[in-house]
Write a protein of this length. Structure first.
Length: 198
């Protein structure tokens, strides 16, 4: 059996780290069960008392899953390993590994205005890394999709930071991704950022 190639090793390592990060999200909920048992809290109260943590877990599970799916699709088109690819992939992994931290803060701090900024900022950092990776890879990669998603996250970050009460609702802007993709692609083609259609 031959040893895995460097690019294959990078993908396997990335998948493993993302899998661990997505698994870590549930650990605070597991701890909450132990705490509730020790305090003799009825089982149904474990759910009702931990709703913010459950919602933040589900949200972050969906976020990491979506980011990993984008990463996986992107790396389906990679055939050359480079230093830049390795560096930006590691930075992307850093954002994925960090995400359980602001996720836990969502459940713990509830209405705190800083928490959504940290959370959306972490997702934005991850999207920026994916966008840079898209530019490094280019061939067969949806660069305009990465650019438009990052643009929407910049707007979401600004809204969460500056408009009282918006907080996590700013992430609903991501529902506009298909429309933003249709707008950004021709603009990027005209600017020469992505090649013109043949």
């Amino acid at each position: 059996m031959s040893a895995p190639k460097p690019l294959e090793r990078l993908v396997l390592f990335t998948d493993a780290v993302a899998a661990i990060a997505i698994t870590l999200l549930v650990l605070p909920l597991v701890d909450a069960v132990g705490t509730s048992v020790a305090a003799r809290v009825p089982s149904v109260d474990v759910i009702t008392d931990n709703q913010p943590q459950i919602y933040s877990f589900l949200l972050s599970f969906a976020v990491i899953a979506r980011l990993w799916i984008g990463h996986r699709r992107m790396f389906d088109h990679v055939d050359v390993d480079s230093r830049g690819l390795l560096l930006w992939n590691m930075l992307w992994l850093l954002t994925i590994v960090v995400l359980p931290f602001p996720t836990q803060m969502i459940g713990a701090y509830g209405e705190d205005p800083f928490t959504p900024i940290l959370y959306i900022g972490t997702i934005l950092a991850s999207s920026i890394c994916l966008t840079v990776l898209a530019f490094i890879i280019r061939r067969g990669v949806d660069v305009s999709g990465a650019v438009s998603t990052t643009g929407l996250l910049v707007i979401a970050f600004v809204l969460a930071a500056l408009v009282p009460g918006v907080r996590y609702f700013a992430l609903l802007l991501l529902l506009l991704s298909p429309l933003a993709d249709r707008v950004s692609e021709p603009l990027l083609r005209r600017a020469g950022v992505i090649p013109a259609e043949r």
